[in-house]
Design a protein around this ligand. Structure first.
Ligand SMILES: C[S@@+](CC[C@H](N)C(=O)[O-])C[C@H]1O[C@@H](n2cnc3c(N)ncnc32)[C@H](O)[C@@H]1O
Ligand code: SF4
Length: 383
């Protein structure tokens, strides 16, 4: 058995376009009015064929259309991609096929088409249930649009998640607690709750540097918001199974679990990363960020791959810990030893004495108390 099989195998398809660029977002997303879907279809199908040859005979556990805004793709394009995937791999019985959607009315009109194409899970970027905050976040939808799109999604898909961003400008702990409870009243089986991060190279990043991003909560308030989030979600039966992800038992995102359980995934599209094991060696792959360059590369060379790098054992162990310790289930210690080729030993005794990590039944996990200190804990654990 190869190590990736502990985590499964998935495909990530990146659609790099959005209707507008949100001021906080540093994802690989672009605004363009010259998108020729037929060209994109040709390139995606060609990449699917290439990757299928490398991973022949595997069972596919998940497909994820991420972005950018994949709900700007036509259902016909999504269907063509999924048809080719179905022709190239055997899909697991419970294969999860997720598409990220923005909740505008136009996009909601495509939900049925995505469902008919084979999408069985929708992940909606609602971001906030407060009108002013949606404006401040540069979103193109209103709260009412989001609720309407969510209703349509509920009638169409069995599994729905939505994203909210907290620790926003002018938001207090009390504001967030009320908003989160409203969100939990809406929620179906999964929620992603992200603390706003200010990223370099974004409009928020620039404003922050110039001291023009007012009213952000202090670090202490943001930490209080994080703990309140855990408490409110636990009470509602939507505990965190990962730092920012909450689900009812059994409704965890299988695709994200492939990343966090250090399975294999192929990345298709501009800027998509992959981890793929070939002949027992794990490789890290990437692709050009620029949509035009990626398209041209696929067309001219028959491959969208930018780089394909052998991952040495120590880097694999680092990635395995970085990913796995985000999950409340933690990591299997035997796997850690197998990956690095020698016994994995926890050097720092204080971490467990201070109740920040625990080991049980051969697994190592970060405790709820340790979770806000995850990065510092990782620095201590990584040999
Ligand atoms: C690829 S994006 C979303 C897809 C979709 N285009 C949308 O906006 O709904 C994934 C999610 O990351 C979150 N996100 C992006 N930038 C963020 C930031 N700077 N801080 C916190 N969350 C962020 C948002 O919640 C967003 O929905
Ligand atoms: S948050 Fe979503 S819609 Fe906004 S720019 Fe990023 S990917 Fe596009």
């Amino acid at each position: 058995m190869e190590d990736w099989q502990n985590g499964g195998f998935g495909l990530y398809i990146h659609w790099p376009f959005c209707q507008a660029k949100c001021p906080y977002c540093d994802f690989n997303s672009h605004v363009s009015n010259t998108i020729i879907e037929a060209d994109w279809q040709t390139a995606y199908l060609s990449e699917i064929d290439r990757i299928a040859t490398l991973t022949q005979g595997r069972l596919l556990n998940s497909v994820f259309f991420g972005g950018g805004t994949p709900s700007l793709m036509s259902p016909e394009l999504v269907n063509a991609i999924l048809d080719r995937i179905r022709a190239r791999w055997t899909l697991a019985n419970d294969c999860e096929i997720t598409l990220e959607a923005n909740p505008t009315s136009v996009e909601a009109g495509r939900f049925q088409g995505y469902h008919d194409a084979g999408v069985n899970r929708l992940s909606m970027g609602i971001q906030s249930l407060r009108e002013n905050d949606l404006k401040a976040l540069g979103r193109l939808h209103s709260v009412q649009d989001a609720r309407k799109a969510f209703d349509i999604a509920q009638k169409t898909f069995g599994r729905i998640s939505f994203d909210l961003i907290y620790a926003r400008q002018q938001q207090t702990l009390a504001d967030w607690s009320i908003e989160l409870k409203e969100a939990l009243d809406m929620a179906v089986d999964h929620l992603s709750l992200y603390q706003l991060t200010i990223e370099d190279g974004t409009a928020f990043g620039d404003r922050y540097k110039r001291g023009r991003l007012s009213g952000l909560p202090t670090e202490d308030t943001a930490t209080d918001m994080y703990f309140a989030t855990q408490e409110i979600c636990n009470t509602a039966g939507m505990s965190a199974y990962e730092v920012s992800n909450h689900a009812q038992k059994g409704s965890e995102s299988r695709h994200n679990e492939i990343y966090w359980r250090y399975g294999d995934y192929a990345g298709i599209g501009p800027g998509a990363h992959g981890r793929v094991t070939i002949n027992g060696q794990r490789y890290a792959t990437d692709t050009p960020l620029s949509p035009a360059l990626w398209l041209e590369k696929v067309r001219k060379t028959g491959s969208g791959e930018g780089s394909c790098t052998k991952l040495p054992a120590d880097e694999q162990l680092t990635e395995f810990l970085l990913m796995g310790l985000r999950l409340s289930e933690g990591v299997d210690l035997d796997r850690a030893s197998d990956i690095q080729g020698k016994d994995f030993i926890i050097q720092n005794k204080y971490l467990s004495e201070d109740g920040l990590i625990e080991t049980e039944n051969g697994r190592l996990s970060v405790t709820p108390k340790g979770r806000p200190l995850l990065n510092a804990i990782l620095r201590e654990l990584i040999p």
